[in-house]
Design a protein around this ligand. Structure first.
Ligand code: PEP
Length: 247
């Protein structure tokens, strides 16, 4: 399978930040892995135009489960497609925490995204209290069962394991902990969608940076990364892309 270096710009970046995309594409015109950047919606169409014909895919950070209607401030999956997106991040822990998103809502969004032709990047992960209570596998198993559509395949689903306590904190799980969770996810996903699970990219996310990328990418069943802060700068994200391409 082709590995995936994905970046989540979150609520960061204005049009001037698109210079980072130009620099990334100049430095990595044809990497041996897929690249994805998910900017704020305001930048989506312009970033997609910059990325057209390149190795860079562009995605949204959320979508509404409905196709259209009276949902002020929301974006539908079809609108993301129309703006040039091929992917959408769903169920990020910041959406789950800031907007009270449940597994059922993430599932509905993922179904809508897949129906619209997008690749759903479904995020899951435990809080620090849950890890301390030894609930990690139970929590992410329930999240997977509750938020991954039964009709998902390797072509329309990416799963991202993002321990909440590792996001934006500079802290990461041990390599053994990452290996344990990713092996668990592969097995659990097989229970949910069958043999297609073998080809689904399992990303690790949470304080991935140039200095730790190579060791994380050497962990079995880690098929790439979802990167927050370090995806904002072409030099940092490019170094992560290089580490993944070499893994
Ligand atoms: C994220 O929010 O998806 C993330 C992994 O953030 P960071 O890389 O900044 O920890």
């Amino acid at each position: 399978m082709k590995k995936l270096a994905a970046g989540n710009w979150k609520m960061n970046g204005n049009r001037a930040a698109l210079a980072e995309v130009t620099a990334l594409l100049a430095a990595h015109p044809a990497p041996a892995c897929d690249m994805l950047l998910c900017p704020p919606t305001t930048l989506l169409a312009e970033m997609a135009a910059l990325a057209a014909g390149s190795a860079l895919h562009v995605g949204g950070q959320d979508c509404h489960p409905n196709a259209s209607g009276a949902h002020t401030g929301d974006i539908s999956a079809a609108m993301l497609v129309d703006a040039g997106a091929s992917h959408v991040i769903l169920g990020h822990s910041e959406r789950r925490a800031d907007h009270g998103e449940t597994d059922a809502l993430v599932l509905a969004k993922a179904e809508a995204a897949i129906a619209a032709g997008l690749i759903a990047v479904v995020c899951l992960g435990e809080t620090e209290a849950q890890r301390d209570a030894d609930e990690t596998l139970a929590v992410i198993g329930a999240q997977l069962d509750g938020s991954v559509p039964h009709n998902a395949t390797a072509a329309n689903l990416v799963l991202a394991y993002e321990p909440v306590w590792a996001i934006g904190t500079g802290r990461t799980p041990t390599l053994e902990q990452i290996a344990e969770v990713h092996a668990f996810l592969r097995t659990r996903l097989t229970g949910r969608i069958g043999t297609a699970a073998a080809g689904v990219r399992l990303l690790y996310g949470g304080s991935v940076k140039p200095s730790n990328a190579a060791e994380i990418f050497a962990v079995s069943d880690v098929d790439g990364a979802l990167v927050g802060g370090a995806s904002l700068k072409a030099a940092d994200f490019g170094a992560i892309v290089s580490a993944l391409a070499a893994a």
